[in-house]
Ligand binder design. Structure first.
Ligand SMILES: Cc1cc2nc3c(=O)[nH]c(=O)nc-3n(C[C@H](O)[C@H](O)[C@H](O)COP(=O)(O)O)c2cc1C
Length: 237
């Protein structure tokens, strides 16, 4: 198994251990990340932050976006739907000291979907790519995105996913995290690791992080081994 535990890179950011902390709203704040780092998570991502919140100086921004010298490399995750606002927020994240800006196009929560954010954006692939391009142009640090396989559960072709992935890498995205459930499925059913393997096979020279059903240590090792992804993200596990 040890042969699968290789370092990986997100652009110029090198991560020594390929089991990473997934973003989780309400959980992955600074204190939680520091505890996970003590347990071996070398790369962690913040909980999602609304782009506008990253731009308004105040208690919420200070709480959500606080960092510590021991909290690197760290990704800051943004959620939003307007290229200009996302770009400005990404610039703010970079200035605060986040090493990577991660863009959330995966959240299945009703509040996000009803406001055309998160997983809703799997239905607006062109707008996703406009956002990726705007953010890429706005920051020097690596840019990554978190997506689901599709919006509709019945969509087995996953056309929007492939369009977004191709377009995002063409636009200079440094990595992609794929949660292989549909947005509609939320957290129900099994994550589709076969799709993860196909995606990694297709984007062999790109950094792909797998998400979904890494609930025990053995699951992380199995995901790395069975799919070939560069890293396995731990969320509910
Ligand atoms: C409580 C909770 C909060 C989450 N918040 C976020 C979030 O803020 N951003 C995000 O991209 N994914 C979020 N997720 C999704 C996880 O990062 C992960 O993709 C998902 O849970 C699938 O992995 P798992 O089956 O191993 O739990 C959240 C998941 C949970 C359970």
């Amino acid at each position: 198994m040890a042969s699968e535990l290789k370092p990986f890179s997100i652009g110029p950011v090198r991560v020594g251990f390929p089991v990473v902390l997934a973003p989780m709203a309400g959980y992955t704040d600074l204190a939680y990340r520091l505890i996970c780092r003590q347990r071996g998570a070398e790369y962690c991502t913040s909980e999602m932050v609304l782009d506008r919140c990253a731009l308004i100086h105040g208690k919420l921004r200070s709480r959500l976006l606080c960092l510590d010298p021991g909290d690197h490399p760290v990704g800051g995750q943004l959620i939003g739907n307007e290229p200009e606002v996302m770009a400005e927020a990404a610039r703010a994240m970079e200035q605060i000291g986040f090493d990577v800006v991660d863009l959330n196009f995966a959240c299945p929560v009703h509040k996000a979907l009803s406001r055309r954010r998160g997983g809703h954006m799997m239905r607006e692939s062109e707008q996703v790519l406009r956002i990726v391009r705007a953010v890429r142009a706005a920051v020097d640090c690596p840019v990554t995105l978190k997506v689901r396989r599709s919006f509709d559960e019945a969509d087995h072709e996953c056309e929007a996913f492939w369009r977004i992935a191709e377009g995002a890498f063409d636009a200079g995205a440094d990595a992609l995290t794929l949660h292989t459930r549909s947005v509609e499925a939320k957290y129900a059913g099994r994550a589709d690791w076969e799709l993860l393997a196909r995606v990694k096979g297709h984007f062999a020279d790109k950094t792909i992080i797998g998400s979904g059903d890494v609930l025990r240590p053995a699951d992380a090792l199995a995901m790395l081994e069975q799919t070939g992804v560069d890293a396995a993200a731990v969320a509910r596990g």
